[in-house]
Write a protein that binds this ligand. Structure first.
Ligand SMILES: NC(=O)c1ccc[n+]([C@@H]2O[C@H](COP(=O)([O-])OP(=O)(O)OC[C@H]3O[C@@H](n4cnc5c(N)ncnc54)[C@H](O)[C@@H]3O)[C@@H](O)[C@H]2O)c1
Length: 247
């Protein structure tokens, strides 16, 4: 890592939106730690970005000890953390009458508890550093989505977490913002049945899927000093779907 590099953690950075965010931040001279579950795909993603620009660290964000060790490792190795992007997330979709309590718990555990655990460590560190930016990846689905009562609730929780934490950290020179993607072309979206994908595409005013790079662009802006007077906000990258129903 170059001495002058800023340091960013990207959870779920091994593939999809997270990988695009890691690539984009590395191109903006961040050294990026990809925090993800699987060493094989995580190391491959870090290798694609390049030695000296990224590294992989194995971490389950829903595990309090894993998250604590991640921050200890990054601080011990690199000395500071400038940006934390909480991107890791999962889906377990069903209409509520088919959804099990286990599917509800799994999604809340990773998406909401995991993001909260990461935010807690980041907040304690960045408060003492008196600098930093936290960017939480929520979803347009927090406004409501059929078949996603668990996911929508977890992502709504992330919006509340983002806004409350922005209040707590405002005077400590730490900004906390969220990005709400619509349908984005990733392994997670491609795992949906073909007809569901097509319905979701048709529901977006642009009638298209976004690309992971579209989200990464907005994250790069929120990670930069270009938005130093912005905190507690949710930026939609959703082809306009959050506007409401079109024709
Ligand atoms: N793809 C979309 O259409 C879309 C839309 C809105 C929001 N999002 C959100 O964007 C984020 C990324 O989505 P994606 O489509 O790239 O997903 P993806 O499934 O392609 O990638 C998610 C990554 O997170 C990692 N991950 C999962 N659980 C983890 C855990 N407990 N600890 C650490 N890492 C974990 C996975 O290993 C994977 O690398 C998610 O939070 C998702 O909810 C995606």
């Amino acid at each position: 890592m170059a001495d002058h590099a800023k340091v960013a953690i990207v959870t779920g950075g091994a593939q999809g939106i997270g990988e695009a965010i890691a690539v984009r931040l590395a191109s903006e001279r961040f050294f990026v730690i990809i925090a993800d579950l699987t060493a094989e795909i995580g190391n491959a993603a870090a290798t694609r970005i390049g030695a000296g620009r990224a590294a992989f660290y194995q971490c389950d964000i829903s595990d309090v000890n894993d998250v604590r060790k991640l921050f200890e490792h990054v601080i011990g190795t690199y000395g500071h953390i400038d940006v934390v992007v909480n991107n890791a997330g999962i889906i377990r979709d069903h209409m509520i009458w088919k959804m099990t309590p286990e599917e509800f718990d799994a999604v809340i555990r990773v998406n909401l508890r995991g993001t909260w655990l990461m935010c807690r460590e980041a907040a304690m560190l960045m408060k003492s550093q008196k600098s930093g930016a936290i960017i939480n990846i929520t979803s347009r689905a927090w406004l409501g989505n059929m078949g996603q009562t668990n996911y929508s609730a977890s992502k709504a929780g992330i919006v509340g977490l983002t806004r409350s934490l922005a209040l707590e950290l405002g005077t400590h020179n730490v900004r906390v913002n969220a990005v709400a993607p619509g349908l984005i072309d990733t392994p997670l979206a491609r795992a949906l049945p073909e007809e569901v994908q097509q319905k979701l595409i048709n529901a977006q005013p642009t009638k298209s899927m976004g690309q992971p790079e579209d989200v990464a662009e907005v994250v790069a802006f929120l990670a930069s000093d270009r938005c130093r007077f912005m905190t507690g906000q949710v930026l939609y990258v959703d082809g306009g779907k959050s506007i409401g129903a079109g024709l």
